[in-house]
Design a protein around this ligand. Structure first.
Ligand SMILES: [Fe+2]
Length: 389
């Protein structure tokens, strides 16, 4: 995030001596993207962030195996039917993924252990419930509709307050606001559907004393459990432009046109070879002859995965799609409204219907998505034929 923040105590200049009350030195750590050439933060630790005492391999799980979408078909996965279990890290049921991004669903009440994803940023969309996100940068309280964006390498854990469900997007790279929303120096521009004031960031340091603390680390090679000599939540202050933040989908200000606008107006974030869009409650297209739902479309370069988070989906009526559903419309297949949906919405507008209350998170990928075991376990096999009924 190109938005400077300072939390807790930091020395007046970077890379100078900064002493604890007992006279010892704090340990300075740079968390930086793209080598030393992009956004970064400086963190000041009570203990050495390098002091590990053990490394244990963690067995890969069969639940992370992906299979190609063959024979090619549109898919409907019912996350409503997935079992609860694990925690917000280990309980992720893989829905779909490729080399750029993986999408999962999780339902749980259990706190996670400390976790660091060193493969890329994560964007965790809280579909229901409340959860505390604890990290080396401090705490974020998150709830329904929040996207929590976690930079690569952030040591953190999730502590639910009761049952939480989440749609998890794991990138093989960085997740950022779209470039076209930002000035050349990184400030949100006036036409952007959200801005700095909408982003919630940690407000104070979080320090926890402890010894021999395990951290689950995800790398391209697999999972390792590193044991730290001291608790990694020992940062007394940090500053910079790289940190976790929360953004609520209801703070996304929809862009509305007279005639139907395509999904780029809903874009919220971009990642390596994918985008994340938010479909929010909004007035329907208002041209007197508008067809206020999507036209049939074939995005020849992308697969489109949609998580239906709330509201009604008039374009999908009769398809079996409901809140909690995931649809996957792959390249190679033209998708669009269900039969009769266009006529029905035109009629509804004639009778005074002026708004849609749909709420959905969409991930469009620029390389094909393979299918995950959790998705396949709750697939509605009739979905592919619902346009022909
Ligand atoms: Fe679409």
């Amino acid at each position: 995030m190109p938005y400077y923040r300072v939390v807790g105590e930091v020395p007046r200049k970077r890379h100078v001596q900064f002493r604890r009350p007992d006279g010892g030195l704090y340990a300075e750590e740079l968390m930086g993207e793209e080598g030393f050439s992009s956004d970064s933060s400086l963190l000041y630790h009570r203990y050495l962030p390098t002091a590990i005492i053990k490394a244990e391999a963690v067995e890969p799980s069969a639940a992370s195996v992906l299979t190609p979408n063959l024979p090619l078909s549109p898919r409907h996965f019912r996350t409503q039917d997935l079992p609860a279990g694990g925690d917000l890290v280990t309980g992720r049921g893989l829905l779909a993924g490729n080399a750029d991004v993986r999408m999962s669903y999780v339902a749980t009440e259990a706190p996670s252990e400390l976790y660091r994803n060193s493969m890329g940023d994560e964007c965790v969309y809280i579909a229901s419930g409340r959860v505390v996100f604890e990290s080396t940068y401090g705490v974020l309280e998150a709830g329904e509709g929040d996207y929590v964006v976690v930079p690569t390498g952030t040591i953190h854990r999730w502590v639910p307050r009761g049952r939480v469900t989440a749609f998890v997007i794991e990138a093989a790279g960085h997740i950022r606001p779209p470039k076209r929303y930002l000035s050349k120096y990184g400030q949100f521009l006036e036409h952007a559907p959200y801005c700095e004031r909408d982003l919630r960031t940690p407000q104070e340091p979080l320090t926890v004393e402890g010894e021999e603390v395990p951290v689950l680390v995800r790398t391209r090679g697999g999972l390792t459990r590193l044991v730290y000599r001291n608790h990694p939540f020992d940062v007394v202050g940090w500053d910079g432009c790289l940190y976790p933040y929360a953004f609520n989908i209801n703070d996304f200000e929809p862009i509305v046109k007279g005639i139907h606008a395509p999904p780029p107006v809903h874009q919220t974030f971009e990642g390596p070879n994918f985008v994340i869009c938010s479909f929010c409650p909004r007035p329907l297209d208002f041209h007197p002859e508008a067809v206020p739902i999507p036209y049939n479309h074939h995005n020849v370069d992308s697969d489109e995965l949609m998580f239906y988070a709330g509201g009604d989906y008039s374009a999908r009526k009769g398809s079996g799609i409901d809140v909690g559903s995931i649809s996957l419309h792959p390249a190679g297949f033209t998708h669009g409204p269900q039969p009769g949906a266009v006529e029905a919405v035109i009629d509804a507008v004639r009778q005074g219907h002026t708004r849609t209350n749909e709420l959905a998170v969409m991930v469009d990928t620029f390389r094909p998505l393979d299918l995950g075991p959790a998705g396949l376990s709750v697939e509605d096999p009739a979905y592919a034929w619902t346009w022909a009924r």
